[in-house]
Design a protein around this ligand. Structure first.
Ligand SMILES: Nc1ncnc2c1ncn2[C@@H]1O[C@H](COP(=O)(O)OP(=O)(O)OC[C@H]2O[C@@H]([n+]3cccc(C(=O)O)c3)[C@H](O)[C@@H]2O)[C@@H](O)[C@H]1O
Ligand SMILES: Nc1ncnc2c1ncn2[C@@H]1O[C@H](COP(=O)(O)OP(=O)(O)OP(=O)(O)O)[C@@H](O)[C@H]1O
Ligand SMILES: NC(=O)CC[C@H](N)C(=O)O
Length: 582
């Protein structure tokens, strides 16, 4: 049986930074070559970043990707790395889009994988299954491929596949069985959501058994706008046994020796419904391996709270760094939401890159200032106070306002102050509204909702408390003041105001939001699940009416199966109401 030393490069690529991404491929290939790897696989769309959205409609972008791929092959050979087979994701075009900018959307554009060797692009494969649900819109962007590319490497037949190909039965993995391959390389840009690692392992096992081949699954790591990729790359044997697995949320090169069946010549089994042709290439690969066997090992899984926290930290860090911000700024109210956002920011960027501002008004309690100051001391962030009452009074001296207008004015003055400091000093403003508040519209438009990024956008309020408690159990000084965790939530926009004046307790509210938003349940199903009918009616109404606020809200990291934004698209102008009939 031939032995191949496989390297899976779980690395962070950046959308649009084609030369930076190509440089990363060269750097990690050097590392893989140093470890004696015969083949190194990089994630889906490694060269361009993922998802590239409507950038794909620009021929200039697609051509840059194609050119970069050819240069990369040549550069790897010039680096003395030409003997390593490098599998890398990129964007290609071979249909009308390759020649005409008037082509239909999607026409001829391909989500592609290439195999580079000895300075050449030796083989290409076009993704067959295109995801078109949730956050994915690939039918809008790409043409599906219909040929399974099989490359004979060191006597082993290796099939190339891309991400969604592994999520659907039939197609490439069935064709891989027909072709009798020994290994399927599946390159991914598979975004994180809670518990997806368990789903992925079961999926890779199932497909390995279906294909009758070992599967090498490599995933991207890093943040891209609202998505965060967690890695979780793995190798699973043809019998479904997990052989090696990386950790989540870290760049890593997994190197593992695989004894794989020697390829035999002969026609493939007849086509039986997978709809794929089989295209074969053979390349001569030097396959001597050192005497010492390499095993990638299986990384320990982390608990749910640690997983979510890591996702939020990486999502924020990459948004800040990839958009070239030096620092972030946020209002510290002494409450739990701003405390958790500050702790995430400090973990992501370090305390010297986080500015926290106390913005007291006449209604602010002493504990709001004390708890904010305590948080600053615990985390070491850059703390200051900007009293807002004189500014609020300035408005009130010039305008006759009362009630809600005055309450919201305070939140808006805070927004103006934070944006002014952002303009003056260059910080990115973080906004702190959690998923529960975003759901029911409990925020002031152009007030506390101002900001460029929201780490808690997909985190329900009850989970905010859980995360705070979990973070405080980790080594080092607990960052979040106990008082911020235990006190009753309040917007402090009028004397004695509490969230519970206008909203049910979050323990009751969150399950209704989860049912309606995350699971698309209707009124009757929510009531059948045991929720109070009057409360269901009120909550659904608030959620429906707040669509206009969400449509103009800041982006934030997705951690759930359905996040606000691209995952849940609803009309703003919408008179359909649950339970009202038709
Ligand atoms: N369909 C639509 N399309 C576009 N715009 C629409 C609209 N419907 C209303 N609007 C506009 O939106 C305005 C109302 O929105 P807005 O000005 O925000 O005001 P509104 O939502 O009425 O009030 C804010 C609520 O959030 C609470 N709050 C504020 C701040 C912080 C917190 C917290 O705990 O974190 C809670 C506050 O106590 C109050 O209950 C209307 O005056 C109208 O101009
Ligand atoms: N006194 C304040 N000083 C500084 N920032 C404030 C102040 N009050 C509100 N903010 C900002 O506005 C956001 C909304 O806070 P608010 O107190 O209205 O309710 P909240 O959603 O319960 O948030 P938190 O739990 O952080 O208090 C806060 O997270 C904070 O960023
Ligand atoms: N890039 C992709 O094809 C990703 C789709 C896949 N279902 C996932 O969520 O991992």
């Amino acid at each position: 049986m031939p032995t191949l030393r496989i390297a899976l490069a779980q690395v962070n690529s950046t959308v649009g930074d084609i030369s930076g991404n190509a440089a990363a491929v060269r750097r990690w290939t050097r590392e893989a070559a140093g470890a004696g790897a015969h083949l190194v696989a990089f994630p889906e769309m490694m060269l361009t970043g993922y998802p590239i959205e409507d950038l794909v409609f620009r021929n200039s972008f697609v051509e840059a990707s194609q050119r970069a791929l050819r240069s990369l092959a040549a550069d790897l050979a010039a680096d003395g790395l030409g003997e390593v087979a490098v599998v890398v994701g990129y964007v290609d075009a071979d249909g009308p889009a390759a020649i005409s900018s008037d082509a239909e959307p999607g026409a001829g554009r391909r989500d592609a994988s290439a195999l580079l060797h000895r300075g050449e692009v030796v083989a290409t494969y076009y993704k067959h299954h295109l995801p078109n649900y949730g956050v994915f819109d690939e039918d809008r962007y790409f043409e599906p491929g219909d040929t399974l590319t099989v490359v004979r490497l060191g006597g082993v037949d290796v099939a190339l596949t891309v991400c969604e190909d592994i999520w659907q039965a039939g197609g490439p993995f069935t064709a891989a069985r027909r072709a009798g391959v020994g290994l399927v390389v599946n390159i991914n840009a598979s975004p994180y959501e809670l518990n997806k690692d368990d789903v992925r392992l079961a999926l890779v096992r199932r497909r390995a058994v279906e294909a009758g081949a070992t599967v090498a699954f490599v995933n991207m790591v890093g943040g891209q706008d609202e998505l965060v990729f967690d890695g979780d790359s793995m190798i699973v044997s043809a019998e479904g046994e997990l052989l090696a697995r990386t950790g989540q949320f870290v760049e890593e090169l997994l190197v593992h020796d695989l004894d794989l069946p020697r390829a035999v010549d002969g026609p493939p089994a007849p086509e039986h419904g997978d709809g794929m042709r089989i295209g074969r290439r053979e390349i001569a690969l030097k396959t001597d391996i050192p005497h010492q066997r390499r095993s990638g090992g299986v990384a320990d899984r982390i608990e749910d709270a640690a997983e979510i926290w890591s996702a939020l930290v990486l999502g924020l860090r990459d948004y800040v760094d990839k958009n070239r911000f030096r620092s972030v700024i946020l209002g510290l109210s002494g409450g739990i939401d701003s405390a958790v956002v500050a702790a995430i920011a400090v973990d992501a960027l370090g305390p010297e890159r986080v500015v926290g501002v106390s913005l007291p008004s006449g209604h602010s309690s002493d504990h709001s200032r004390d708890d904010a100051a305590d948080l600053a001391k615990r985390t070491g962030l850059d703390y200051r106070t900007e009293p807002i009452q004189a500014m609020v009074d300035g408005f009130l001296a010039n305008m006759s306002l009362s009630g809600l207008a005055v309450e919201n004015l305070q939140a808006r003055v805070r927004g103006v102050v934070l944006m002014a400091l952002s303009n003056q000093e260059g910080h990115l403003v973080l906004t702190t509204g959690n998923k529960s508040e975003l759901a029911v519209g409990y925020s002031t438009l152009y007030g506390d909702s101002v900001g460029g990024f929201n780490p808690l956008k997909d985190v329900p309020k009850t989970m905010v408390w859980q995360l705070a408690r979990w973070r405080n159990t980790q080594p080092g000084t607990p960052p979040i003041p106990e008082n911020s965790i235990t006190k009753a939530p309040s917007a402090e926009l009028r004397p004695g105001q509490k969230d519970s004046d206008s909203l049910p307790d979050y323990e009751i509210l969150d399950p209704i939001i989860k049912g309606y938003v995350d699971r698309d349940l209707g009124r009757d199903e929510l009531i059948a699940a045991g929720n109070d009918p009057a409360l269901v009616d009120r909550t659904l109404r608030m959620i429906d009416l707040a669509e206009y606020k969400r449509r103009q809200s800041a982006p934030g990291t997705k951690i759930s199966g359905k996040a606000f934004g691209r995952d849940r698209r609803l009309p703003i102008t919408n008179l359909f109401r649950e339970g009202r009939g038709f």
